[in-house]
Design a protein around this ligand. Sequence first.
Ligand code: GTP
Ligand code: SPV
Ligand code: MN
Length: 591
Amino acid sequence: MEMTTNKQVLDFVNGRAKLGKAKEVVWITGDKAQYDALTAEAISTGEMIELNQELLPGCLLHRTKENDVARVEGRTFICAREEKNAGPTNNWWNPTEAYAKLESILDGAYEGRTMYVIPFSMGPVGGPISKIGIEVTDSIYVVLNMRIMTRVGKDVLDVLGDSNDFVRGTHAKCDVNPEERYICQFPEDNAIISVNSAYGGNVLLGKKCFALRIASYQGKNEMWMAEHMLILGIERPGKETVYMAAAFPSACGKTNLAMLIPPVEFQNKGYKVYTVGDDIAWIKKGPDGRLYAINPENGFFGVAPGTNKKSNPNALISTMKNTIFTNVALNLENNTVWWEGLDKNPPVNAIDWKGNPWNGQTSTEKGAHPNSRFTAPAINCPCISKEFENPAGVPISAFIFGGRRPNTVPLVYQARSWEHGVFVGSIMGSETTAAATGAVGVVRRDPMAMRPFCGYHMGDYFQHWLDMGNSVDKDKQPKFFNVNWFRTDAEGHFVWPGFGDNMRVLDWMLKRIDGEVEAQETAIGYVPFVDDINLEGADVSKETVADILTIDNAAWKKEAEGIKEFYKDFGDRLPAELAKQADELVSRLDK
Ligand code: GTP
Ligand code: SPV
Ligand code: MN
């Protein structure tokens, strides 16, 4: 049954059903009974495995194909009309050719299958920063995940009314053929087409495809920002809660920082961290002239491995009910799940992520894929912010950038200004992770953690950051910081304890925001005096921290060369301001 009279929606849906030759079209209403029936159907076909309903009520396990376990950057395209508008960091595909190829793949792709129509809202339904999408898909896995990750149902269509302002998302599993896998964004058409995958980031089209690739382009045109950022709030006695947004590349610690539990010394003083979002922020200037951020998502699509009672109890608790696990191990002893780093007691009698019998005590293979994930409702999170549903968002006091850098980049430093902050974000580098297919552990430039997600020319994106700064009065501009939790010693061990101890670094930022402490001015920016980092109760010495706060001039000179090399890719679309910032860095290093 159709749920709208919106002609544009109906044309899109009917067109897709016809092209795909769908056996049946089912509109997702948002009603629990419909989800329950779909869940039961997916369990009966084996697409989903029902887990122990006493220990993990409402939880399911899904395994994808071995060739379909992460985002595929090489097969992700920005189909802008002109190649030069996709820029040097994106794969470009001529939209005419892309549509022709994709339509040939979609032709009959739903034959004998049901096409589900998912109306969804990114952000609270009807909110001033929120946006609407319609995803059609032949996958129940997608429907069930979208229900957790976004706001789904008829009320979304009611808010849309007759408007054409919605993103058209088309997904078809086809035969999950990696050679014919395409994840295509058409920013000028508000359209996404994803074929031959059935994995998270490739198919939950509200997430990276819409909320970052399409939305970054919309934001550029409409003067707002879509960023790969967590949002957290820090509560302290006698002061207003301070909100910060942090961009780290995939699998570099956003979920963990967003759900941080402060060390007991801080807890005793009344510090508490609240999660607004763990992956994506939409940011717009508010009525008071400050920048406000919402989390457009409704759940967490988090990395499972490494999540445990100590590292991230809030994430672990979030996964204890109504959660979908993807590509983790199945513990046959009690029909629950297991992944590397959950505990030191892997199950003997288990099934690994590939679906093979697995003995965690003796096997040399991993039980869970390194990019295995949980899809958990945000409301499950014990530290979810009371502002999570606030459609107007939270005021941002600081932007934090960071990545995995075994050397060179200090534990933390502060940028001198908005312009310098944009420079600091633009030169971000990080070791690649299992979140995308390809080599792991190679340092690459990943500006603002947006390299795989910027829907247009990255030079223009830098300019947009500069423009956003100019649109805000100086005294209302957030401060910029850069962090690196991942410095290693000669044996390759992390030297900074990380996780909850990252509070110590956030605390320094609070003191800087409040103007309570001075800092050392260095060639790269302001670095803390080690005594201003509260190390009370920390399992790391002051000498070690002083060491990872030291700027290695020679290493930074090499870094500066790399930056200039990287900047060459942008040609005349590199903002002059950033070229100037790079020159100034070099001259400060030479002094
Ligand atoms: P995406 O969902 O891919 O965007 O990842 P994310 O940025 O949310 O990363 P997440 O918080 O899931 O962390 C990824 C990995 O980094 C996990 O294995 C964590 O255990 C590890 N990690 C997170 N924070 C820290 C930290 O402070 N120190 C160290 N050493 N590891 C960390
Ligand atoms: C990321 O890779 O940054 C993720 C997971 O958050 S995915 O949804 O697959 O993009
Ligand atoms: Mn992410």
